[in-house]
Design a protein around this ligand. Sequence first.
Ligand code: ADP
Length: 609
Amino acid sequence: MSSSFPPPPTLATAHSGLPERLVDLGTESKTRLLSKRTLPESVPRQGELPVLPPDTTRAEFNQAIGELQQILGTEHVDINDKPLVDGWYVEHPNTHDAFHIALQDDLVSSAVVYPGTVEEVQAIVRWANKHKIPIYPISMGRNIGYGGTAPRVPGSVVLDLGRRMNRILNVDAENASCLVEPGVSYFALYEEIQRRGLPLWIDTPDVGGGSVLGNAIDRGVGYTPYGDHFANHCGLEIVLPNGELLRTGMGALPGREGADNPTWQSFQPAYGPYADGIFSQSNFGIVVCMGMWLMPEVGHQSYVITFPREEDFPDIVEIIRPLAQQRVLGNIPQLRHAIQELATTAKPKSDFYTGPGPIPRDVIQQHAATLPLGAVSWVFYGTQYGDAASIATQLDIIRKAFSAIPGAKMLFPEDLPADHYLHSRVHVCSGVPVLRELDWLNWVPNAAHLFFSPIVPTRGKDAQVVHDIVVRLHAKYGFDLIPTLCVAGREMHYIVNIVYDRSSLDEKRRAAACMREMIAEAAAEGFGEYRTHILFADMVASTYSWGDNALMRFNETIKDALDPNGILAPGRNGIWPRRFRGKGWEILGSEVEDAIAGRGIGPKSERKA
Ligand code: ADP
């Protein structure tokens, strides 16, 4: 393997770096991925730079940025006028969407600023109100597949909170909780807890480089019993769009002699309306610190159950439902398709199939047969928790339940080679952040991905309806279907990963069309997405239309009350402030494909014909 790529930064040198224990793996992963890149590292940019915020002349922008430099210091304000570099996961850009689905230059900021304190965040908010310049907060900016660090409105000023606000403010071992700033990654939190020798777990998503805070408020998930991140946060501190500072939950009650409230990280709702919810997946405030619960260390046992037949999918879902409702299943398990057994080898698709279009089912089976799990169709990844006796009892119940599926087979880590993906799940499901999930990005050159993530009832027939939609549309648009189902007792996140070559406008157009049709067809069945890429936000928001769009009117009412100048992340989650409404900013239907064709993503009147 070529060794021309330098190792990624470590936590010792960058808040977004890797822990030492992962540097070699990270270097390998980076080299493997970047050595297959055919896109140049950067391309010259067109037009005058930086791209300006809306309704702002260059002279006004320069004047405003000068003021910002005075407030923060010039070294904490970067103008986005240099070539755009997509980088890779650990060295990700904060200038644009590294996994661009539109043109690389479409979703860009005018500048990136780095506040170091809450007071500086407040000062930036006041500055934005004065100049009516939109600002877009990010924590770590690794929201890849959902827009990364890109603002929805081109020319917004990105607030990269993580670079200078990355302290672990408190770890309370007795309460099993912590209080973190936006720039604390799962890697950093995990390493700190290890350093202190505390018997506590964090809960990490599949890859550990994201911000604990950013992921929770975007309602991301992980895989220990504390896997619902927003449900396990406790207390927020927020800078509102008018610059005021707010504490939610028990934090609203001052502690003794000005101290933080002693139950801020203990009780979520406090008294009165539970405000936290409106600060998740929204543009109502900038979260500057967050409390999070940690799970006391416990025994754990990961396993896989394999199923040989494609058509048993709905029956598998039927078996999971009662096991999850009874809480026999220890975490939110994943049901994956055999294609992932191929993709998590980190080999490119071309090693398995060089024909046109998606890799056929029989070819997947043929290759799966040579891999450790054998010729399987579906693979269930679960983990049980507790002491050895209770885990044994749980596993008996689970084994018995799944034995109703012909050919079902349960395997444990010791049954599989050391490089099998199950070993990575053992880590993730016991709160150890890793990088392994990046491996399937080697599937195509210049890989980027989009997630289609509808919420579906945990019922075989509903699961089959969505499955049929995604199978048909993936075939229509020529993509491999890479599904991961996170299955709970009453609903499942049916997550589809469209992996596309971002050097190919045709692949991007097809990926966008596939997304658009999946969103529409799923909505027609009553299924909506829990999260989406910023370019599809209007489309997804518009599907939540019950009561003549009552929910969006409610969101807009809050938005206008909190943010009358419309400065905070306009358009995020489809919520446009009054100043932007009725001006054609929304991207609906085939307009996403128009953007990929180079017509722009600004208001309709400014898009090219
Ligand atoms: P990650 O933690 O996965 O790196 P990001 O930092 O990219 O995630 O955050 C995900 C999204 O959540 C951002 O694009 C932004 O819209 C929103 N967000 C992140 N951090 C904050 C914050 N501190 N306050 C308000 N919104 C935020």
